[in-house]
Ligand binder design. Structure first.
Ligand SMILES: *[C@@H]1O[C@H](CO)[C@@H](O)[C@H](O)[C@H]1NC(C)=O
Ligand SMILES: *[C@@H]1O[C@H](CO)[C@@H](O)[C@H](O)[C@H]1NC(C)=O
Ligand SMILES: *[C@@H]1O[C@H](CO)[C@@H](O)[C@H](O)[C@H]1NC(C)=O
Length: 477
């Protein structure tokens, strides 16, 4: 019983070994016969006038890099090519029923299809993987490749841009007379695409064109695999746009700061500097082109112009603010324009300071002669006794009552001293009156400066908003 089992087992093992050996020898025989008279340099057609149809397809694996500065796109793709090789046909019955063999692609003829818009110095192309050959001569060759292709980058709407980068394939030597490239499908395969953090793949269509060149009677067949990719702009919004908007909003503060702090100008210049830094950062990521001004640069430039203008406006405000020290009152039209119309226009209420106006008549001596008791009253009395009563005293001096010359002399001296004091007081009062008038003039200029400042603040806020919207609304979906 044991020996029977042994025989059966050994028979099966030997049988399998023999059949395996036949397979190997069949393949070897097929391979030897196929390549006995095969030349991979010659186009494998039965008649020389015949054209070879190449079905060409592509699957995108990954967008490795988009170099905007050098306008180079690096992609990882799988190429899928199929054609019919008239010299690689056999009858499966002669070779133990083998219908398909896999052989190194370097042994067989391959269509010379290459990337037209190659930007790589090595021109390596696809990896030399194995190709599958079936008994009716159909060759299927799948190969991975990493391509560096040139791509015209349109940065008009950076960072809200959409790019169309084409991978253009065609035969270098053969026109459609000898080699016809056809697309396997209407669009590239995106099934195994690895999602990119910066670019969103929107579409991957294939376009077949037949360009005609002056060299040849027949046109060439060219396939364009168009990668339509949109930039994910969140990164740029957070890192470039939001800080810029915030910084330019800070410019409003320069108008809000009181002129006396002396910080208005410093703030303006600081903001201008920080905007320049942002502009430099943005310029580093963009290709140095002068064809178009990208959206973000437009925005930065607009903002910088506005901030520069605000610096000028701040200078004007400071000039008005400190003008009261050097000149008289503002011209009446200017006063009316700023304090009446402009203030009302901005709903700031009445900007004429009522306190100062009321104060002036109080110390005005023409009106205050009746008042007494207060310190002001004493001053007024002194002032008035200087003007007229002293003269009266000299005229109506009651000499009969005093009698003596000594007394007269003493009185004269007292009168003299009194008049001296009175004139001193007069000077003091005049001086303080001048000072009050000066104060009022200064205050008026300051109020004008304040109104103008507020007006500029609204002007700037409005123009910033308009500019921001105007630039950012250009973004096309
Ligand atoms: C190869 O070509 C020779 C003549 O050049 C011919 O004798 C031979 O049969 C051919 N071999 C095959 C496998 O066709
Ligand atoms: C070989 O290609 C032809 C067309 O090119 C097709 O009709 C045929 O089915 C293919 N054969 C195999 C085995 O795929
Ligand atoms: C090849 O591409 C064209 C568009 O360029 C498309 O209309 C056609 O259907 C595609 N061919 C195949 C076999 O999908």
């Amino acid at each position: 019983m044991k020996s029977v089992v042994f025989f059966v087992v050994s028979f099966i093992v030997i049988g399998a070994g023999v059949s395996g050996q036949t397979q190997t020898t069949d393949t070897l025989r097929l391979f030897t016969n196929l390549f006995a008279n095969y030349s991979k340099d010659i186009r494998p057609v039965e008649r020389a006038s015949q054209s070879i149809n190449v079905l060409y397809g592509m699957a995108i694996r990954q967008i490795i890099d988009m170099d905007e500065r050098n306008q180079i796109l690096t992609t990882n793709v799988w190429l899928r090519q199929g054609w019919s090789d008239a010299n690689l046909k056999w009858n499966p019955d002669d070779y133990g029923g083998i219908t398909k063999i896999t052989i190194p692609s370097s042994n067989i003829w391959k269509p010379d299809i290459l990337l037209y818009n190659n930007a790589d110095s090595s021109f390596k192309g696809a990896m030399k993987t194995n190709a599958a050959v079936s008994n009716d001569g159909n060759v299927t060759w799948f190969a991975p490749a990493i391509f560096r292709s040139s791509c015209k980058i349109n940065i008009n709407y950076f960072p809200f841009d959409k790019q169309e980068c084409s991978l253009q394939f065609g035969s270098w030597a053969y026109t459609t007379e000898h080699l016809n490239i056809l697309n396997r499908s209407a669009s590239g395969d995106t099934g195994s695409y690895l999602v990119n953090g910066e670019w969103k793949l929107e579409d991957f269509p294939v376009i077949r064109t037949l360009p005609q060149y002056s060299c040849c009677k027949y046109p060439y067949s060219v396939l364009d695999f168009v990668l339509i990719i949109r930039r994910r702009s969140l990164f740029y919004v957070i890192n470039m746009l939001v800080p810029c908007i915030l910084v330019s909003a800070l410019t409003l503060l320069t108008f809000y700061l009181p002129a006396d702090t002396g910080e208005k100008f410093t703030l303006c210049i600081t903001i201008l500097l920080s905007l320049t830094v942002f502009l430099l950062l943005a310029a580093e990521t963009m290709p140095p082109t002068s064809e178009v001004v990208p959206l973000i640069a437009q925005y930065y430039i607009t903002t910088m112009v506005l901030v520069s203008a605000s610096t000028v406006l701040t200078a004007i405000v400071l000039y008005i603010h400190h003008r009261g020290t050097y000149v008289g009152r503002a011209p009446s039209w200017f006063r009316r324009f700023t304090l009446d119309y402009l203030a009302k226009f901005m709903c700031m209420g009445d900007c004429h300071n009522p306190d100062v106006k009321d104060k002036i008549p109080k110390i005005n001596f023409e009106n205050a002669s009746g008042s007494s008791g207060s310190s002001t009253g004493v001053v007024e009395a002194g002032l008035h006794s200087n003007e007229m009563p002293l003269e009266l005293d000299v005229a109506n001096l009651p000499t009969s009552q005093s009698g003596t010359c000594v007394e007269l002399d003493r009185r004269g001296r007292i009168r003299f001293i009194m008049s001296q004091i009175a004139s001193c007081l007069q000077q003091v009062v005049e001086y303080s009156e001048d000072a009050i008038v000066d104060e009022e003039i200064k205050g008026e200029w300051m109020r004008i400066a304040f109104v103008v400042d507020r007006f500029f603040m609204w002007l700037f806020g409005l123009s910033t908003a308009v500019a921001t919207c105007g630039v950012l609304l250009q973004v096309k979906e």
